[in-house]
Design a protein around this ligand. Structure first.
Ligand code: ADP
Ligand code: MG
Length: 615
Protein backbone atom coordinates (compact mmCIF):
# COMPACT_ATOMS: atom_id res chain seq x y z
CA UNK A 1 0.00 0.00 0.00
CA UNK A 2 1.11 3.54 -0.69
CA UNK A 3 1.90 6.04 2.10
CA UNK A 4 -0.94 7.87 3.77
CA UNK A 5 -1.09 11.53 2.78
CA UNK A 6 -3.26 14.39 3.96
CA UNK A 7 -5.52 15.36 1.06
CA UNK A 8 -5.29 18.90 -0.24
CA UNK A 9 -8.06 21.40 0.35
CA UNK A 10 -8.96 21.22 -3.33
CA UNK A 11 -9.46 17.47 -3.21
CA UNK A 12 -11.42 17.68 0.04
CA UNK A 13 -13.72 20.28 -1.47
CA UNK A 14 -14.18 18.23 -4.61
CA UNK A 15 -15.16 15.24 -2.53
CA UNK A 16 -17.63 17.37 -0.59
CA UNK A 17 -18.91 18.83 -3.85
CA UNK A 18 -19.47 15.32 -5.14
CA UNK A 19 -21.84 14.70 -2.26
CA UNK A 20 -23.78 17.92 -2.38
CA UNK A 21 -23.65 18.97 -6.03
CA UNK A 22 -24.86 16.25 -8.28
CA UNK A 23 -26.18 18.40 -11.10
CA UNK A 24 -27.17 22.00 -11.86
CA UNK A 25 -30.39 21.57 -9.93
CA UNK A 26 -28.34 20.97 -6.77
CA UNK A 27 -26.71 24.38 -7.21
CA UNK A 28 -30.08 26.02 -7.69
CA UNK A 29 -31.35 24.35 -4.54
CA UNK A 30 -28.38 25.45 -2.42
CA UNK A 31 -28.43 29.02 -3.69
CA UNK A 32 -32.17 29.32 -3.23
CA UNK A 33 -31.90 27.99 0.30
CA UNK A 34 -29.23 30.55 1.12
CA UNK A 35 -31.42 33.32 -0.26
CA UNK A 36 -34.37 32.16 1.84
CA UNK A 37 -32.15 31.94 4.92
CA UNK A 38 -31.00 35.50 4.18
CA UNK A 39 -34.59 36.66 4.65
CA UNK A 40 -35.12 37.69 1.03
CA UNK A 41 -38.60 38.74 -0.07
CA UNK A 42 -37.69 38.46 -3.72
CA UNK A 43 -35.54 35.86 -5.45
CA UNK A 44 -34.86 35.69 -9.18
CA UNK A 45 -33.30 32.71 -10.87
CA UNK A 46 -31.80 32.73 -14.34
CA UNK A 47 -30.55 29.56 -15.96
CA UNK A 48 -28.87 28.99 -19.30
CA UNK A 49 -28.57 25.66 -21.07
CA UNK A 50 -30.19 23.71 -18.28
CA UNK A 51 -27.77 25.28 -15.81
CA UNK A 52 -24.61 23.85 -17.31
CA UNK A 53 -23.68 27.21 -18.79
CA UNK A 54 -25.02 29.66 -16.20
CA UNK A 55 -27.00 29.73 -13.01
CA UNK A 56 -27.69 33.10 -11.46
CA UNK A 57 -29.62 33.60 -8.28
CA UNK A 58 -30.27 37.15 -7.14
CA UNK A 59 -31.90 37.98 -3.82
CA UNK A 60 -32.73 41.07 -1.80
CA UNK A 61 -31.84 39.46 1.51
CA UNK A 62 -29.53 40.64 4.28
CA UNK A 63 -26.37 40.46 2.14
CA UNK A 64 -22.86 39.59 3.26
CA UNK A 65 -20.52 42.25 4.54
CA UNK A 66 -17.33 42.74 2.60
CA UNK A 67 -15.06 41.38 5.33
CA UNK A 68 -17.06 38.13 5.41
CA UNK A 69 -17.14 37.42 1.71
CA UNK A 70 -14.09 35.21 1.66
CA UNK A 71 -15.32 33.25 4.64
CA UNK A 72 -18.64 32.65 2.91
CA UNK A 73 -16.88 30.58 0.27
CA UNK A 74 -14.56 28.83 2.71
CA UNK A 75 -15.52 25.27 3.52
CA UNK A 76 -17.07 24.54 6.89
CA UNK A 77 -17.76 28.22 7.38
CA UNK A 78 -21.31 29.17 8.28
CA UNK A 79 -23.22 31.85 10.11
CA UNK A 80 -26.02 29.45 10.94
CA UNK A 81 -24.69 27.28 13.72
CA UNK A 82 -21.94 27.81 16.25
CA UNK A 83 -21.48 24.54 18.03
CA UNK A 84 -22.48 20.92 17.88
CA UNK A 85 -25.48 21.49 20.15
CA UNK A 86 -26.91 23.83 17.55
CA UNK A 87 -27.16 20.86 15.22
CA UNK A 88 -30.23 19.85 17.15
CA UNK A 89 -31.90 23.25 16.93
CA UNK A 90 -31.41 24.05 13.29
CA UNK A 91 -33.95 26.63 12.20
CA UNK A 92 -32.36 27.58 8.90
CA UNK A 93 -32.30 25.62 5.68
CA UNK A 94 -28.51 25.52 5.57
CA UNK A 95 -26.03 24.84 8.37
CA UNK A 96 -23.18 22.79 6.96
CA UNK A 97 -21.24 25.70 5.52
CA UNK A 98 -20.23 23.63 2.55
CA UNK A 99 -22.38 24.66 -0.37
CA UNK A 100 -20.64 27.80 -1.56
CA UNK A 101 -17.18 26.27 -1.08
CA UNK A 102 -18.22 23.18 -3.01
CA UNK A 103 -19.82 25.09 -5.85
CA UNK A 104 -16.88 27.48 -6.14
CA UNK A 105 -14.52 24.52 -6.38
CA UNK A 106 -16.16 23.11 -9.50
CA UNK A 107 -17.23 26.19 -11.44
CA UNK A 108 -16.42 29.75 -12.36
CA UNK A 109 -18.09 31.42 -9.45
CA UNK A 110 -18.92 35.05 -8.80
CA UNK A 111 -20.50 36.50 -5.69
CA UNK A 112 -21.68 40.07 -5.40
CA UNK A 113 -23.19 41.24 -2.19
CA UNK A 114 -24.09 44.30 -0.22
CA UNK A 115 -25.65 44.73 3.18
CA UNK A 116 -28.26 47.38 3.86
CA UNK A 117 -25.73 49.43 5.86
CA UNK A 118 -22.88 49.39 3.30
CA UNK A 119 -22.72 52.18 0.71
CA UNK A 120 -21.29 49.86 -1.91
CA UNK A 121 -21.11 46.21 -2.67
CA UNK A 122 -18.16 43.88 -3.06
CA UNK A 123 -17.45 41.23 -5.62
CA UNK A 124 -15.55 38.01 -5.19
CA UNK A 125 -14.64 35.67 -8.01
CA UNK A 126 -13.48 32.13 -7.45
CA UNK A 127 -12.40 30.00 -10.38
CA UNK A 128 -12.01 26.31 -9.75
CA UNK A 129 -11.50 27.00 -6.07
CA UNK A 130 -8.92 29.77 -6.68
CA UNK A 131 -10.00 33.05 -5.10
CA UNK A 132 -9.43 36.26 -7.05
CA UNK A 133 -8.92 39.55 -5.18
CA UNK A 134 -12.01 41.25 -3.81
CA UNK A 135 -13.17 44.23 -5.81
CA UNK A 136 -15.77 46.84 -4.96
CA UNK A 137 -18.85 46.93 -7.14
CA UNK A 138 -22.11 48.79 -7.43
CA UNK A 139 -25.12 46.66 -6.59
CA UNK A 140 -28.39 46.86 -4.69
CA UNK A 141 -28.62 45.41 -1.16
CA UNK A 142 -28.75 41.66 -1.29
CA UNK A 143 -26.72 38.95 -2.92
CA UNK A 144 -26.27 37.80 -6.49
CA UNK A 145 -24.38 34.63 -7.24
CA UNK A 146 -23.40 33.50 -10.72
CA UNK A 147 -22.19 30.01 -11.39
CA UNK A 148 -20.76 29.43 -14.86
CA UNK A 149 -19.59 26.25 -16.56
CA UNK A 150 -20.41 23.93 -13.73
CA UNK A 151 -18.11 20.87 -13.57
CA UNK A 152 -15.75 22.46 -16.11
CA UNK A 153 -12.81 21.12 -14.10
CA UNK A 154 -14.37 17.76 -13.23
CA UNK A 155 -14.84 16.30 -16.71
CA UNK A 156 -16.24 13.01 -15.47
CA UNK A 157 -19.06 14.82 -13.70
CA UNK A 158 -19.66 17.00 -16.69
CA UNK A 159 -20.00 13.93 -18.86
CA UNK A 160 -22.78 12.70 -16.61
CA UNK A 161 -24.92 15.73 -17.38
CA UNK A 162 -28.02 14.77 -19.29
CA UNK A 163 -29.79 16.76 -21.99
CA UNK A 164 -30.58 20.39 -21.40
CA UNK A 165 -34.22 19.47 -21.14
CA UNK A 166 -33.64 16.85 -18.48
CA UNK A 167 -31.38 19.07 -16.43
CA UNK A 168 -33.86 21.91 -16.73
CA UNK A 169 -36.57 19.58 -15.52
CA UNK A 170 -34.56 18.97 -12.36
CA UNK A 171 -33.87 22.67 -11.96
CA UNK A 172 -37.56 23.45 -12.28
CA UNK A 173 -38.37 20.81 -9.68
CA UNK A 174 -35.84 22.23 -7.22
CA UNK A 175 -37.32 25.67 -7.82
CA UNK A 176 -40.85 24.37 -7.38
CA UNK A 177 -40.08 22.75 -4.05
CA UNK A 178 -38.66 25.90 -2.55
CA UNK A 179 -41.22 28.25 -4.07
CA UNK A 180 -44.00 26.00 -2.76
CA UNK A 181 -42.53 26.03 0.71
CA UNK A 182 -42.36 29.85 0.82
CA UNK A 183 -45.48 31.39 -0.67
CA UNK A 184 -44.73 34.74 0.98
CA UNK A 185 -41.61 35.20 -1.18
CA UNK A 186 -41.70 36.51 -4.74
CA UNK A 187 -39.84 34.03 -6.96
CA UNK A 188 -39.09 34.00 -10.65
CA UNK A 189 -37.39 31.53 -12.96
CA UNK A 190 -36.04 32.18 -16.45
CA UNK A 191 -34.43 29.73 -18.80
CA UNK A 192 -32.49 30.98 -21.83
CA UNK A 193 -34.30 34.31 -21.57
CA UNK A 194 -37.68 32.66 -21.42
CA UNK A 195 -39.69 33.38 -18.33
CA UNK A 196 -40.95 30.10 -16.90
CA UNK A 197 -42.40 31.32 -13.63
CA UNK A 198 -43.16 34.63 -12.05
CA UNK A 199 -44.71 34.10 -8.66
CA UNK A 200 -45.71 37.14 -6.65
CA UNK A 201 -46.32 36.57 -2.93
CA UNK A 202 -49.71 35.04 -2.20
CA UNK A 203 -51.93 35.08 0.86
CA UNK A 204 -53.32 31.61 0.29
CA UNK A 205 -51.05 28.67 -0.18
CA UNK A 206 -53.46 27.06 -2.61
CA UNK A 207 -52.84 29.95 -5.00
CA UNK A 208 -49.15 29.13 -5.20
CA UNK A 209 -50.03 25.48 -5.67
CA UNK A 210 -52.40 26.56 -8.44
CA UNK A 211 -49.59 28.53 -10.12
CA UNK A 212 -47.62 25.34 -10.50
CA UNK A 213 -50.26 22.72 -10.98
CA UNK A 214 -53.27 24.49 -12.38
CA UNK A 215 -56.38 26.08 -10.99
CA UNK A 216 -58.47 22.99 -11.34
CA UNK A 217 -56.36 21.02 -8.92
CA UNK A 218 -56.10 24.01 -6.58
CA UNK A 219 -59.88 24.17 -6.42
CA UNK A 220 -60.10 20.52 -5.52
CA UNK A 221 -57.81 20.49 -2.55
CA UNK A 222 -59.07 19.53 0.86
CA UNK A 223 -57.62 21.25 3.89
CA UNK A 224 -56.33 19.15 6.75
CA UNK A 225 -54.98 20.38 10.05
CA UNK A 226 -54.10 18.81 13.34
CA UNK A 227 -51.80 19.60 16.22
CA UNK A 228 -50.62 17.26 18.94
CA UNK A 229 -47.66 17.61 21.30
CA UNK A 230 -46.35 20.70 19.50
CA UNK A 231 -46.35 18.77 16.23
CA UNK A 232 -48.52 20.37 13.64
CA UNK A 233 -49.65 18.77 10.43
CA UNK A 234 -51.41 21.08 8.00
CA UNK A 235 -51.96 21.53 4.33
CA UNK A 236 -53.86 20.16 1.43
CA UNK A 237 -54.62 16.78 0.01
CA UNK A 238 -56.34 16.42 -3.32
CA UNK A 239 -59.86 15.20 -3.77
CA UNK A 240 -59.44 11.53 -4.70
CA UNK A 241 -60.74 12.24 -8.18
CA UNK A 242 -57.31 13.80 -8.73
CA UNK A 243 -54.39 11.42 -8.60
CA UNK A 244 -51.17 10.53 -10.37
CA UNK A 245 -49.45 7.39 -11.51
CA UNK A 246 -46.35 8.46 -9.54
CA UNK A 247 -45.75 9.84 -6.07
CA UNK A 248 -43.82 12.91 -7.09
CA UNK A 249 -46.76 15.14 -6.33
CA UNK A 250 -46.59 14.32 -2.66
CA UNK A 251 -44.88 17.37 -1.29
CA UNK A 252 -43.85 17.30 2.33
CA UNK A 253 -42.37 20.33 4.01
CA UNK A 254 -40.75 20.00 7.37
CA UNK A 255 -40.32 23.38 9.03
CA UNK A 256 -40.19 24.98 5.58
CA UNK A 257 -37.78 22.42 4.14
CA UNK A 258 -38.86 20.04 1.41
CA UNK A 259 -38.26 16.46 2.45
CA UNK A 260 -38.99 12.96 1.26
CA UNK A 261 -40.09 10.38 3.78
CA UNK A 262 -41.08 6.86 2.83
CA UNK A 263 -42.97 6.22 6.00
CA UNK A 264 -45.07 9.37 5.74
CA UNK A 265 -45.77 8.67 2.10
CA UNK A 266 -46.95 5.28 3.15
CA UNK A 267 -49.28 6.90 5.68
CA UNK A 268 -50.63 9.08 2.93
CA UNK A 269 -51.25 6.05 0.73
CA UNK A 270 -53.01 4.35 3.62
CA UNK A 271 -55.26 7.34 4.14
CA UNK A 272 -56.39 7.02 0.53
CA UNK A 273 -56.69 3.26 0.63
CA UNK A 274 -59.78 2.25 -1.31
CA UNK A 275 -60.25 5.77 -2.64
CA UNK A 276 -57.93 5.45 -5.60
CA UNK A 277 -57.75 2.93 -8.38
CA UNK A 278 -54.83 0.61 -7.97
CA UNK A 279 -51.59 2.05 -9.24
CA UNK A 280 -52.75 5.61 -8.61
CA UNK A 281 -51.02 7.83 -6.09
CA UNK A 282 -52.44 10.61 -3.95
CA UNK A 283 -51.51 14.25 -4.44
CA UNK A 284 -50.64 16.17 -1.31
CA UNK A 285 -49.03 19.36 -0.10
CA UNK A 286 -48.39 18.99 3.58
CA UNK A 287 -46.51 21.00 6.12
CA UNK A 288 -45.09 19.49 9.25
CA UNK A 289 -44.14 22.04 11.83
CA UNK A 290 -42.42 20.98 14.99
CA UNK A 291 -39.77 22.17 17.41
CA UNK A 292 -36.37 21.82 15.74
CA UNK A 293 -35.28 19.36 18.42
CA UNK A 294 -38.02 16.90 17.47
CA UNK A 295 -36.14 16.04 14.32
CA UNK A 296 -32.56 15.41 13.21
CA UNK A 297 -31.89 17.07 9.86
CA UNK A 298 -28.22 16.14 9.86
CA UNK A 299 -28.56 12.66 8.42
CA UNK A 300 -28.37 13.31 4.71
CA UNK A 301 -25.90 15.48 2.76
CA UNK A 302 -28.57 17.37 0.89
CA UNK A 303 -30.96 17.16 3.87
CA UNK A 304 -33.62 15.57 1.70
CA UNK A 305 -34.18 12.94 4.35
CA UNK A 306 -34.51 13.57 8.05
CA UNK A 307 -34.97 11.47 11.14
CA UNK A 308 -37.96 12.11 13.36
CA UNK A 309 -37.72 11.60 17.08
CA UNK A 310 -41.07 9.85 17.05
CA UNK A 311 -41.75 8.64 13.55
CA UNK A 312 -44.52 6.27 14.53
CA UNK A 313 -46.48 8.95 16.30
CA UNK A 314 -46.14 11.20 13.29
CA UNK A 315 -47.24 8.37 11.02
CA UNK A 316 -50.46 7.84 12.88
CA UNK A 317 -51.06 11.56 13.31
CA UNK A 318 -50.84 12.09 9.57
CA UNK A 319 -52.93 9.04 8.75
CA UNK A 320 -55.58 9.90 11.33
CA UNK A 321 -55.79 13.55 10.29
CA UNK A 322 -56.40 12.75 6.65
CA UNK A 323 -58.69 9.85 7.27
CA UNK A 324 -60.86 11.82 9.67
CA UNK A 325 -61.15 14.58 7.14
CA UNK A 326 -62.32 12.11 4.49
CA UNK A 327 -64.85 10.60 6.83
CA UNK A 328 -66.21 14.02 7.68
CA UNK A 329 -66.37 15.10 4.05
CA UNK A 330 -69.21 14.05 1.84
CA UNK A 331 -67.41 12.62 -1.14
CA UNK A 332 -70.66 11.41 -2.66
CA UNK A 333 -70.22 12.88 -6.10
CA UNK A 334 -73.47 14.74 -6.59
CA UNK A 335 -74.42 16.08 -9.95
CA UNK A 336 -75.67 19.26 -8.44
CA UNK A 337 -78.52 21.18 -9.96
CA UNK A 338 -77.19 24.12 -11.90
CA UNK A 339 -78.45 27.57 -11.10
CA UNK A 340 -81.63 28.08 -13.08
CA UNK A 341 -81.16 30.38 -15.96
CA UNK A 342 -82.06 30.39 -19.61
CA UNK A 343 -78.69 29.72 -21.05
CA UNK A 344 -78.79 25.97 -20.79
CA UNK A 345 -77.05 23.70 -18.37
CA UNK A 346 -73.52 24.13 -19.66
CA UNK A 347 -73.53 27.89 -19.59
CA UNK A 348 -75.10 28.12 -16.18
CA UNK A 349 -72.39 26.14 -14.46
CA UNK A 350 -69.07 27.58 -13.50
CA UNK A 351 -66.65 26.01 -16.01
CA UNK A 352 -64.32 24.89 -13.23
CA UNK A 353 -67.12 23.10 -11.42
CA UNK A 354 -68.49 21.62 -14.59
CA UNK A 355 -65.19 20.15 -15.61
CA UNK A 356 -64.68 18.93 -12.08
CA UNK A 357 -67.95 17.06 -12.23
CA UNK A 358 -67.06 15.69 -15.57
CA UNK A 359 -63.73 14.55 -14.28
CA UNK A 360 -65.40 12.81 -11.36
CA UNK A 361 -67.76 11.01 -13.63
CA UNK A 362 -65.17 10.21 -16.20
CA UNK A 363 -62.89 8.77 -13.54
CA UNK A 364 -65.66 6.87 -11.96
CA UNK A 365 -67.07 5.44 -15.14
CA UNK A 366 -63.70 4.73 -16.66
CA UNK A 367 -63.72 1.13 -15.62
CA UNK A 368 -67.14 0.49 -17.07
CA UNK A 369 -66.96 2.56 -20.21
CA UNK A 370 -63.59 1.19 -21.21
CA UNK A 371 -65.02 -2.28 -20.84
CA UNK A 372 -68.01 -1.36 -22.94
CA UNK A 373 -65.79 0.28 -25.49
CA UNK A 374 -63.76 -2.86 -25.73
CA UNK A 375 -66.85 -4.95 -26.47
CA UNK A 376 -68.68 -2.56 -28.76
CA UNK A 377 -65.55 -1.33 -30.53
CA UNK A 378 -66.60 2.29 -30.48
CA UNK A 379 -65.56 4.88 -28.02
CA UNK A 380 -68.22 7.02 -26.38
CA UNK A 381 -67.66 10.21 -28.32
CA UNK A 382 -68.67 12.48 -25.53
CA UNK A 383 -68.06 11.70 -21.92
CA UNK A 384 -69.92 13.97 -19.63
CA UNK A 385 -72.30 13.33 -16.82
CA UNK A 386 -75.23 11.76 -18.52
CA UNK A 387 -73.64 10.34 -21.64
CA UNK A 388 -71.18 8.52 -19.42
CA UNK A 389 -74.00 7.28 -17.27
CA UNK A 390 -76.02 6.30 -20.32
CA UNK A 391 -73.10 4.38 -21.78
CA UNK A 392 -72.69 2.68 -18.49
CA UNK A 393 -76.35 1.91 -18.06
CA UNK A 394 -77.06 0.69 -21.52
CA UNK A 395 -74.33 -1.89 -21.93
CA UNK A 396 -75.09 -4.52 -24.53
CA UNK A 397 -78.69 -5.09 -25.55
CA UNK A 398 -78.65 -8.37 -23.64
CA UNK A 399 -77.38 -6.68 -20.50
CA UNK A 400 -79.97 -3.99 -20.88
CA UNK A 401 -82.71 -6.55 -21.20
CA UNK A 402 -81.52 -8.31 -18.07
CA UNK A 403 -81.35 -5.04 -16.24
CA UNK A 404 -84.82 -4.10 -17.32
CA UNK A 405 -86.08 -7.54 -16.44
CA UNK A 406 -84.70 -7.18 -12.96
CA UNK A 407 -86.18 -3.74 -12.71
CA UNK A 408 -89.59 -5.04 -13.62
CA UNK A 409 -89.25 -7.80 -11.07
CA UNK A 410 -88.20 -5.32 -8.46
CA UNK A 411 -91.05 -3.04 -9.34
CA UNK A 412 -93.82 -5.60 -9.46
CA UNK A 413 -93.11 -8.94 -7.88
CA UNK A 414 -90.48 -8.12 -5.28
CA UNK A 415 -91.11 -9.12 -1.75
CA UNK A 416 -94.11 -6.92 -1.07
CA UNK A 417 -93.25 -5.97 2.47
CA UNK A 418 -89.70 -5.03 1.67
CA UNK A 419 -90.64 -3.12 -1.44
CA UNK A 420 -93.11 -1.16 0.64
CA UNK A 421 -90.45 -0.51 3.21
CA UNK A 422 -88.12 0.75 0.54
CA UNK A 423 -90.83 3.05 -0.67
CA UNK A 424 -91.30 4.58 2.75
CA UNK A 425 -87.58 5.29 2.68
CA UNK A 426 -88.01 7.11 -0.58
CA UNK A 427 -86.42 4.28 -2.53
CA UNK A 428 -88.72 2.43 -4.85
CA UNK A 429 -86.47 0.42 -7.09
CA UNK A 430 -83.40 -1.68 -6.58
CA UNK A 431 -81.49 -3.10 -9.51
CA UNK A 432 -78.13 -4.77 -9.66
CA UNK A 433 -76.10 -4.00 -12.74
CA UNK A 434 -72.91 -5.72 -13.86
CA UNK A 435 -72.86 -7.63 -10.59
CA UNK A 436 -71.25 -4.58 -9.15
CA UNK A 437 -73.54 -1.59 -8.82
CA UNK A 438 -76.99 -1.15 -7.42
CA UNK A 439 -79.29 1.47 -8.82
CA UNK A 440 -82.08 2.87 -6.74
CA UNK A 441 -84.45 5.74 -6.83
CA UNK A 442 -83.45 8.46 -4.45
CA UNK A 443 -85.64 11.28 -3.24
CA UNK A 444 -83.55 13.70 -5.27
CA UNK A 445 -82.90 11.55 -8.31
CA UNK A 446 -81.11 8.33 -9.11
CA UNK A 447 -78.62 6.78 -6.80
CA UNK A 448 -75.90 4.42 -7.98
CA UNK A 449 -74.36 2.37 -5.22
CA UNK A 450 -71.11 0.45 -5.11
CA UNK A 451 -72.24 -2.84 -3.58
CA UNK A 452 -68.89 -3.78 -2.11
CA UNK A 453 -68.25 -0.36 -0.64
CA UNK A 454 -71.69 -0.21 0.91
CA UNK A 455 -71.62 -3.70 2.33
CA UNK A 456 -68.18 -3.11 3.75
CA UNK A 457 -69.46 0.00 5.47
CA UNK A 458 -72.49 -1.82 6.82
CA UNK A 459 -70.42 -4.69 8.21
CA UNK A 460 -67.86 -2.35 9.65
CA UNK A 461 -70.50 -0.40 11.51
CA UNK A 462 -72.27 -3.47 12.74
CA UNK A 463 -69.05 -4.95 14.02
CA UNK A 464 -68.02 -1.72 15.63
CA UNK A 465 -71.31 -1.23 17.31
CA UNK A 466 -71.41 -4.75 18.62
CA UNK A 467 -67.92 -4.45 19.99
CA UNK A 468 -68.78 -1.14 21.62
CA UNK A 469 -71.85 -2.67 23.27
CA UNK A 470 -70.02 -5.82 24.17
CA UNK A 471 -72.61 -7.67 22.12
CA UNK A 472 -70.41 -9.39 19.60
CA UNK A 473 -71.45 -13.00 19.20
CA UNK A 474 -68.51 -15.26 19.25
CA UNK A 475 -68.57 -18.64 17.60
CA UNK A 476 -66.56 -21.20 19.58
CA UNK A 477 -65.01 -23.95 17.56
CA UNK A 478 -65.50 -27.52 18.74
CA UNK A 479 -62.16 -28.34 17.23
CA UNK A 480 -59.81 -25.35 17.25
CA UNK A 481 -58.42 -24.65 13.82
CA UNK A 482 -54.63 -24.66 13.44
CA UNK A 483 -53.17 -21.97 11.18
CA UNK A 484 -49.57 -22.13 10.02
CA UNK A 485 -47.86 -18.76 9.97
CA UNK A 486 -44.36 -17.42 9.56
CA UNK A 487 -42.40 -16.92 12.77
CA UNK A 488 -42.92 -13.15 12.62
CA UNK A 489 -46.63 -13.53 12.01
CA UNK A 490 -47.07 -16.02 14.83
CA UNK A 491 -45.21 -13.73 17.21
CA UNK A 492 -47.32 -10.75 16.14
CA UNK A 493 -50.54 -12.69 16.60
CA UNK A 494 -49.64 -13.87 20.08
CA UNK A 495 -48.44 -10.41 21.03
CA UNK A 496 -51.79 -8.94 19.96
CA UNK A 497 -53.97 -11.58 21.57
CA UNK A 498 -55.90 -9.03 23.60
CA UNK A 499 -56.69 -6.85 20.62
CA UNK A 500 -57.78 -9.87 18.64
CA UNK A 501 -59.96 -11.06 21.51
CA UNK A 502 -61.63 -7.66 21.53
CA UNK A 503 -62.61 -8.40 17.94
CA UNK A 504 -63.96 -11.82 18.81
CA UNK A 505 -60.95 -13.66 17.44
CA UNK A 506 -59.49 -15.89 20.12
CA UNK A 507 -56.18 -17.55 19.50
CA UNK A 508 -53.78 -19.78 21.36
CA UNK A 509 -50.17 -20.69 20.72
CA UNK A 510 -49.82 -24.24 19.51
CA UNK A 511 -46.05 -24.50 19.40
CA UNK A 512 -43.73 -23.62 16.54
CA UNK A 513 -45.26 -21.15 14.17
CA UNK A 514 -48.72 -22.58 14.43
CA UNK A 515 -51.54 -20.74 16.10
CA UNK A 516 -54.90 -22.17 17.04
CA UNK A 517 -58.05 -20.23 16.33
CA UNK A 518 -60.43 -21.06 19.15
CA UNK A 519 -63.26 -18.66 18.43
CA UNK A 520 -64.22 -16.07 15.85
CA UNK A 521 -67.02 -13.53 15.29
CA UNK A 522 -70.20 -15.33 14.30
CA UNK A 523 -71.12 -12.50 11.96
CA UNK A 524 -68.27 -13.46 9.69
CA UNK A 525 -69.44 -17.04 9.42
CA UNK A 526 -69.11 -16.86 5.66
CA UNK A 527 -65.35 -16.87 6.03
CA UNK A 528 -63.30 -19.68 7.52
CA UNK A 529 -61.57 -18.92 10.83
CA UNK A 530 -58.22 -19.31 9.09
CA UNK A 531 -59.20 -16.78 6.45
CA UNK A 532 -60.24 -14.29 9.08
CA UNK A 533 -57.00 -14.70 10.95
CA UNK A 534 -54.88 -14.42 7.83
CA UNK A 535 -56.60 -11.21 6.93
CA UNK A 536 -55.80 -9.56 10.23
CA UNK A 537 -52.27 -10.97 10.34
CA UNK A 538 -51.41 -8.83 7.37
CA UNK A 539 -52.29 -5.77 9.39
CA UNK A 540 -50.44 -6.97 12.45
CA UNK A 541 -47.13 -7.42 10.67
CA UNK A 542 -47.48 -4.42 8.37
CA UNK A 543 -44.33 -2.36 8.61
CA UNK A 544 -46.18 0.67 9.75
CA UNK A 545 -48.97 -0.75 11.79
CA UNK A 546 -50.73 1.81 13.90
CA UNK A 547 -49.12 2.14 17.31
CA UNK A 548 -52.30 2.85 19.23
CA UNK A 549 -54.45 -0.03 20.31
CA UNK A 550 -57.60 1.80 19.30
CA UNK A 551 -56.24 2.50 15.84
CA UNK A 552 -55.11 -1.06 15.50
CA UNK A 553 -58.51 -2.42 16.37
CA UNK A 554 -60.08 -0.03 13.91
CA UNK A 555 -57.62 -1.11 11.25
CA UNK A 556 -58.40 -4.75 11.92
CA UNK A 557 -62.10 -4.02 11.74
CA UNK A 558 -61.62 -2.44 8.34
CA UNK A 559 -59.77 -5.49 7.17
CA UNK A 560 -62.37 -7.88 8.43
CA UNK A 561 -65.23 -5.89 6.98
CA UNK A 562 -63.48 -5.59 3.64
CA UNK A 563 -62.72 -9.29 3.52
CA UNK A 564 -66.19 -10.39 4.53
CA UNK A 565 -68.15 -7.96 2.37
CA UNK A 566 -69.68 -8.99 -0.92
CA UNK A 567 -67.36 -8.22 -3.79
CA UNK A 568 -67.74 -6.45 -7.07
CA UNK A 569 -68.66 -9.33 -9.34
CA UNK A 570 -70.85 -11.16 -6.80
CA UNK A 571 -74.29 -11.69 -8.19
CA UNK A 572 -77.00 -10.76 -5.68
CA UNK A 573 -80.54 -11.99 -5.46
CA UNK A 574 -83.29 -9.42 -5.44
CA UNK A 575 -83.80 -9.96 -1.73
CA UNK A 576 -80.14 -9.35 -1.11
CA UNK A 577 -80.26 -6.15 -3.13
CA UNK A 578 -83.22 -4.92 -1.18
CA UNK A 579 -81.78 -5.91 2.14
CA UNK A 580 -78.55 -4.11 1.36
CA UNK A 581 -80.43 -1.00 0.29
CA UNK A 582 -82.41 -1.15 3.50
CA UNK A 583 -79.29 -1.41 5.58
CA UNK A 584 -77.86 1.60 3.88
CA UNK A 585 -80.30 3.68 5.84
CA UNK A 586 -79.24 2.09 9.06
CA UNK A 587 -75.62 2.97 9.01
CA UNK A 588 -74.31 6.20 10.36
CA UNK A 589 -72.17 7.15 7.46
CA UNK A 590 -73.65 5.47 4.45
CA UNK A 591 -71.82 7.84 2.15
CA UNK A 592 -68.50 6.17 2.63
CA UNK A 593 -66.98 2.77 2.87
CA UNK A 594 -64.59 2.51 5.86
CA UNK A 595 -61.71 3.65 3.68
CA UNK A 596 -63.59 6.85 2.96
CA UNK A 597 -64.45 5.91 -0.61
CA UNK A 598 -67.93 7.03 -1.67
CA UNK A 599 -70.50 4.27 -1.51
CA UNK A 600 -73.01 6.07 -3.70
CA UNK A 601 -73.31 8.64 -6.44
CA UNK A 602 -76.48 10.63 -6.93
CA UNK A 603 -77.72 11.96 -10.25
CA UNK A 604 -80.25 14.60 -9.30
CA UNK A 605 -83.66 14.99 -10.90
CA UNK A 606 -82.87 18.55 -11.79
CA UNK A 607 -79.78 17.54 -13.63
CA UNK A 608 -81.58 14.77 -15.49
CA UNK A 609 -84.38 17.18 -16.42
CA UNK A 610 -81.90 19.66 -17.63
CA UNK A 611 -79.95 17.17 -19.66
CA UNK A 612 -83.10 15.95 -21.30
CA UNK A 613 -83.95 19.59 -21.96
CA UNK A 614 -87.15 19.41 -19.99
CA UNK A 615 -86.27 22.60 -18.20
P1 ADP B 1 -24.64 27.28 4.94
O1 ADP B 1 -25.81 27.75 4.20
O2 ADP B 1 -24.72 25.84 5.29
O3 ADP B 1 -24.29 28.13 6.10
P2 ADP B 1 -23.19 28.01 2.55
O4 ADP B 1 -21.89 27.57 2.01
O5 ADP B 1 -24.38 27.76 1.73
O6 ADP B 1 -23.36 27.32 3.98
O7 ADP B 1 -23.11 29.53 2.88
C1 ADP B 1 -22.08 30.01 3.76
C2 ADP B 1 -22.49 31.29 4.43
O8 ADP B 1 -22.56 32.34 3.47
C3 ADP B 1 -23.86 31.26 5.05
O9 ADP B 1 -23.82 30.74 6.36
C4 ADP B 1 -24.27 32.72 5.01
O10 ADP B 1 -23.78 33.40 6.13
C5 ADP B 1 -23.58 33.24 3.79
N1 ADP B 1 -24.47 33.34 2.64
C6 ADP B 1 -24.54 32.46 1.61
N2 ADP B 1 -25.47 32.86 0.71
C7 ADP B 1 -26.01 34.01 1.17
C8 ADP B 1 -27.01 34.91 0.69
N3 ADP B 1 -27.66 34.70 -0.45
N4 ADP B 1 -27.30 36.00 1.45
C9 ADP B 1 -26.65 36.21 2.60
N5 ADP B 1 -25.70 35.40 3.10
C10 ADP B 1 -25.36 34.31 2.40
MG1 MG C 1 -26.34 27.08 2.31
Amino acid sequence: MADILQLSRAVINKIAAGEVIERPASVVKELLENAVDAGASRIDVLVELGGSQLIRVADNGCGISQDQLELAVASHATSKIMDADDLFHVDTLGFRGEALASIAEISQFQLRSRTEQADAGAELEVVGGEKRPLVPCGCPPGTTIEVRNLFYNTPVRRKFLRTTQTEMGHVAEAFTRIALAHPQIHFSLRHNQKQLHDLPPVDHWSKRIGHFFGRELAENLLWVENEADKIKVSGYVANPTFSRSHNRMQYLFLNGRHIRDRSLQHALGEAYRGLLLSGRQPIAFLRLDMPAEAVDVNVHPTKLEVRFRDGRQLYSQLLGTIRNMFLATDLTAQIEPAATDQQGPEASMDPGRLSQHRQQLVDWTRGETSRLTATSGEAPNQVDGITAAAAWRAGTPAELATALGQAVVAGSQGSAVEAAELQTLGTSLGVQLHNRYLVAEHENGIMVIDQHALHERVLYEQLREKIANDALEVQRLLVPEPVNLTAAEAAAVIESRDELAALGIEVEPFGGDTVLVVAYPAMLGKLSPAEILRQVVEQLVAENRPPERRDLIDELLHSMACRAAIKAGDSLSLDEVISLLLQRHLCQDAHHCPHGRPTALVFTKEELDRRFKRI
